[in-house]
Design a protein around this ligand. Sequence first.
Ligand SMILES: Cc1cc2nc3c(=O)[nH]c(=O)nc-3n(C[C@H](O)[C@H](O)[C@H](O)COP(=O)(O)O)c2cc1C
Length: 182
Amino acid sequence: MSAPDIPHPERRILVGYASRGGATAEIAEWLAERLRHQPEPFEVSVAEVSDDLDPTGYDAVVVGSALYEGRWLRSASRFARRHRHDLADRPVWTFSSGPLDDSASTEEILITHSADRASRRLLARDHVTFGGRLAPDSRGWLAHAMVEGGHGGDFRDRARIDAYADQIAGELSMLPRRHPAA
Ligand SMILES: Cc1cc2nc3c(=O)[nH]c(=O)nc-3n(C[C@H](O)[C@H](O)[C@H](O)COP(=O)(O)O)c2cc1C
């Protein structure tokens, strides 16, 4: 006897990220890890955004990018532009990773124009800027110069990242399922 065509039992969340040095990729992993330990048993996937990433099989999407010169990385901006219609009917949250000091944890960081545009395209419910990380062995002359200038370090605040995952989970749990069980 074939299995009845029932909706997927657990809501699926995609955490997509754009990262050059790995810091934002790790934030995405931390968000996912926290989202997997919520009262509602979400099924969470993490993936780098690219033209091949199809977000349509998910019930909710979280997408974030590292900031370089105030901008989201191109792949993340493209993802937002490309999928704005696909994602218009499901909840989206966005984040940025950037400031190389404690400012993201101690004050309200204004969203950059680029992150705001992407977030608006996706009708994001919220956006948060997390502190970033510049590793001593970062590639690129500018990154290297910044490290030499004393701007290196890890300013990612795990408690704020966990809190955002909790917020997302709480909001999502309040929303009706896309395909209610019959
Ligand atoms: C060349 C360069 C430019 C940067 N520009 C910004 C910026 O405009 N705003 C910001 O908040 N952080 C900026 N940062 C910090 C990065 O966003 C931060 O290191 C981030 O966590 C890197 O993420 P990734 O490792 O995922 O690429 C810059 C870093 C570098 C190396």
